[in-house]
Design a protein around this ligand. Structure first.
Ligand SMILES: *[C@@H]1O[C@H](CO)[C@@H](O)[C@H](O)[C@H]1NC(C)=O
Ligand SMILES: *[C@@H]1O[C@H](CO)[C@@H](O)[C@H](O)[C@H]1NC(C)=O
Ligand SMILES: *[C@@H]1O[C@H](CO)[C@@H](O)[C@H](O)[C@H]1NC(C)=O
Length: 263
């Protein structure tokens, strides 16, 4: 019983720590080379800058989650109210930042966006600022979830897909593909790195896709109702899945300050 209780308390404590939606206090630095943040560990490449208007960040391993945290959106504000705005800014995770001093390294554009008008130089002079942050749903009104066929793909033996425009506040747990019209789903992809999933079992013909995301308190399966990849899919091309993800995964964590920040 004592062991069970200990375990239970430990579980609560660790899941409380993992509460993404709660406001967390930390520091943030910036990195002036936005292109290297963009082409960071998530594998988005320069497309990340277009998707987010340069509002990107590298996050520590506990937020990067071995790649499952790629594409997650965060609202970040700096705590000095004379220097920074109340609402702060929104960033998406595109890279792993492995550093014990700050939880995030922001693109200079995102870092600048923390500051009040006219105080850009002031915030850059500091270099590192105290911030608070919380995870928020990503919102891509004008885009469905899409996949880019990576250049490393080799038809017909190998297919690598990067997920783009992942809305809501979820994580992709599994991905599988099958030939359009087939009822057997046997080609599971595995996470290669970041937002890139791959398989060496590539069905022939036009392909349909099914994913499981964290949603509610467990998972939710989402099917692309239509063909996602045509039979003659090409490396480097981005294909629309026709799916919009708006789910917000519930976290089994204790009550916390979720911060209602005006924006
Ligand atoms: C907050 O920022 C202002 C303007 O840059 C600065 O004068 C002040 O010292 C800062 N306060 C703290 C507590 O760092
Ligand atoms: C972070 O850095 C530490 C120390 O350099 C290293 O041992 C660890 O493997 C790194 N973690 C990741 C996820 O890269
Ligand atoms: C998203 O997918 C739906 C369903 O396939 C489609 O009707 C819509 O045009 C797509 N939206 C965009 C922005 O491509």
């Amino acid at each position: 019983m004592a062991f069970f209780l200990c375990f239970f308390i430990f579980f609560l404590a660790s899941s409380a720590y993992a509460c993404d939606r709660c406001v967390h206090q930390t520091k943030a630095a910036y990195f002036s080379k936005e292109s290297s943040l963009a082409s960071g560990a998530c594998g988005y490449g320069s497309l990340a800058l277009d998707i987010t208007n340069g509002q990107i960040a590298g996050a520590v391993p506990s937020l990067f989650k071995n790649g499952a945290g790629c594409g997650a959106c965060f609202q970040i504000r700096c705590k000095n109210t004379s220097l920074c705005t109340q609402a702060g800014t929104r960033v998406i995770v595109t890279d792993l930042h492995n550093n014990s001093q700050t939880d995030f390294v922001l693109s200079s554009q995102a870092f600048k966006a923390l500051a009040k008008e006219g105080l850009d130089q002031e915030i850059f002079k500091r270099g590192i600022v105290d911030i608070e942050y919380k995870r928020i749903p990503c919102d891509y009104k004008n885009h469905n979830l899409s996949v880019r066929v990576e250049e490393s793909s080799k038809k017909p033996y190998y297919l690598a897909l990067t997920f783009l425009y992942q809305g809501g506040q979820t994580e992709i747990v599994s991905v599988d593909i099958t030939k359009v019209g087939s009822s057997t789903w046997s080609s599971f992809l595995s996470r290669n790195h970041g937002a890139v999933w791959d398989t060496s079992k590539v069905p022939e013909g036009p392909l349909q896709l099914r994913i499981v995301v964290t949603a509610g308190f467990d998972g939710k399966q989402i099917w692309a109702q239509k063909e996602v990849l045509p039979a003659d899919w090409k490396n480097g091309v981005v294909y629309d899945t026709g799916i919009q993800i708006n789910d917000v995964a519930q976290e089994a964590c204790s009550k916390c300050d979720e911060g209602t920040w005006s924006s």
